[in-house]
Design a binder for this molecule. Structure first.
Ligand SMILES: NC(=O)c1ccc[n+]([C@@H]2O[C@H](COP(=O)([O-])OP(=O)(O)OC[C@H]3O[C@@H](n4cnc5c(N)ncnc54)[C@H](O)[C@@H]3O)[C@@H](O)[C@H]2O)c1
Length: 505
């Protein structure tokens, strides 16, 4: 056990939103905690605010009054950094600026004991770069908590190039002893969560910019079909468009303007015009009291088709067949080497989004990927101007017959959920190949950090080898900017290991 002893004092420097949350976590775990902030009076104000939060925990029976009193007695605001000399861990949560953090750490290094663990809560700066200011960067780690720190379990424990494994392990075990779920990760832009989550926002904005659908429809499809807790538009309105854009921007810049992380022009306009989301009363949505709520597009009721023919293996959409049968619609299954489609009575076809567009085929309607077709309450379908109206009507009627609301969107390749999930899966595979984190830690981080219905690798397994690669490969052909180019890691996962398995069988 290498976690810090509970009798060791912990200091938090910078007692704003994050500093207060982190201090509360260490305090409730049992440590004596020192608070320091450069702004006069702010450390005391933070101690008062934490005390008030402990009172609320007592009122909710989540903390005993005796434990609250003991915790309060262990919490001490400091008036100078020199008062942190006996701390075994100092976490800085000051302004997100490299020069400010470096200067602070340089000063701290001259005050604390040589074995004191130094940590940063930075979300966008490099841990290696910040640690460059120290004469001993071996004891410096990233401890990236999520807001609100007392409630969210995830902590990314980031090792810079110079971080000594002893100190990284101490940080990891301490976070665990505090009741958190730590994940280990390397020092790369966005760490795990802020790197792999980028397509969730970017693809929703891209579909909107391509005139594929309005924000309310895209949000509803992400929630009700994709299984995400919130859609990308409502979520960024909650986070703040400026805050979300600045994370995207910093990851993009840190990757030397890698096209896979290109920020959204539409989001730039929102930020420039002051439409920052809920906090400014208007973002993608209007939050004025008298504003009309934007509703998702939902197709009118259509007749269900008399039967369907299933050609080939529907892959991740195979679950649809029992659902269609349960709705009383006969399904005839036919072996097919090339097609993986449902053929409707009028002769038109229904296919799972695969990165191609409806206009490339005669009379086809695409439908989006669902996290779980049984539980999904909405399905998006897309058709082109060449799709016959009868085929679209039959497709809508089929999904309505199995209990789904249907949103008709534009002919956007990869639709909404399918392209989003494929890109998240790709970035996850790429991150493992680049040594950012393990498969298990990435799945944990994405479930706990951004509440995804499942981790990218679990999703990847469910979708089947090759599904995400093939979809991105098709998208890349249609938009050859490099944004959708599947990674070598995903290619290896999709095909190289198939051959390996084939050769050993
Ligand atoms: N807010 C979030 O959602 C979030 C999430 C994860 C990580 N972070 C990171 O946590 C850090 C703090 O963010 P925040 O949102 O709590 O900011 P904040 O503005 O709420 O608080 C920052 C505090 O640091 C103090 N400060 C500034 N310079 C200082 C210095 N040199 N010495 C001591 N105190 C100083 C300020 O007076 C202020 O009280 C940043 O690095 C940020 O990137 C923020």
């Amino acid at each position: 056990m290498t976690a810090l002893d509970l009798s060791s004092p912990v200091a938090v420097v910078g007692t704003g939103t994050m500093g207060q949350g982190i201090a509360q976590v260490a305090l409730v775990a049992g440590h004596p905690v020192r608070l320091y902030d450069a702004a006069p009076g702010r450390a005391q104000a933070a101690a008062d605010a934490i005390g008030a939060r402990l009172d609320r925990l007592v009122a909710k029976d989540r903390l005993t009054a005796a434990d609250r009193d003991a915790a309060r007695a262990r919490l001490l605001p400091a008036e100078s950094l020199a008062e942190l000399a006996d701390c075994a861990l100092v976490v800085e949560a000051v302004l997100e600026r490299l020069d400010v953090k470096q200067e602070l750490l340089r000063e701290l290094e001259g005050i604390v004991d040589e074995d004191c663990l130094l940590a940063t809560n930075t979300s966008s700066l490099s841990v290696t770069a910040i640690g460059g200011a120290l004469s001993d960067p071996g004891r410096f780690v990233g401890l990236h908590f999520f807001n609100p720190a007392p409630l969210l379990p995830l902590v990314e424990v980031v090792s810079g190039f110079a971080t000594d494994v002893t100190y990284a392990t101490r940080a990891y075990e301490t976070a665990r002893a505090w009741g958190k779920t730590p994940v280990a990760c390397a020092d790369t832009p966005g760490f795990i969560v802020n790197r792999i989550a980028r397509p969730f926002y970017a693809e929703a904005f891209a579909v909107h910019e391509a005139q594929g659908a309005d924000p309310a429809t895209i949000d509803a499809v992400l929630r009700e079909c994709g299984g995400f807790k919130m859609g990308a538009f409502e979520l960024t309105d909650l986070i703040g468009q400026d805050v979300n854009e600045s994370v995207t921007h910093s990851v993009w810049q840190a990757f030397f303007n890698d096209v896979r992380f290109t920020p959204s022009l539409a989001q730039r306009r929102l930020v420039e015009s002051g439409r920052l989301g809920r906090k400014s009363g208007h973002g993608w949505y209007d939050y004025a009291e008298d504003a009309e709520r934007d509703e998702p597009h939902t197709a009118e009721r259509q007749q269900q088709p008399a039967y369907v023919v299933a050609e080939g293996d529907l892959g991740p959409a195979s679950e649809l067949l029992p659902l269609i049968r349960e709705a009383g619609i006969p399904v005839r299954e036919e072996e097919e080497d090339h097609g993986t489609r449902l053929v409707l009575p009028g002769g038109g076809q229904l296919a799972l989004a695969d990165g191609q567009t409806s206009v490339e085929f005669r009379d086809v309607v695409y439908f989006d990927l669902a996290v779980d077709y049984r539980r999904a309450t909405r399905i998006a379908v897309s058709a082109s101007q060449d799709t016959s109206p009868g085929t679209l009507t039959e497709a809508i009627g089929l999904f309505q017959a199995i209990g789904k609301d249907v949103s008709v969107i534009g002919d956007v390749p990869g639709m909404i959920v399918a392209r989003t999930v494929a890109r998240i899966v790709d970035l996850a595979h790429d991150a493992v190949a680049k040594g950012v984190a393990t498969v298990e830690d990435i799945d944990t981080a994405m479930r706990l950090g951004v509440n995804y219905p499942m981790g990218p690798f679990e999703w990847s397994r469910r979708l089947g080898r090759g599904w995400a690669y093939d979809l991105l490969d098709e998208l890349h052909v249609r938009e050859p900017s490099g944004r959708y180019a599947p990674s070598l890691a995903l290619y290896r996962h999709a095909y190289a290991s198939d051959k390996r398995e084939g050769s050993t069988s």
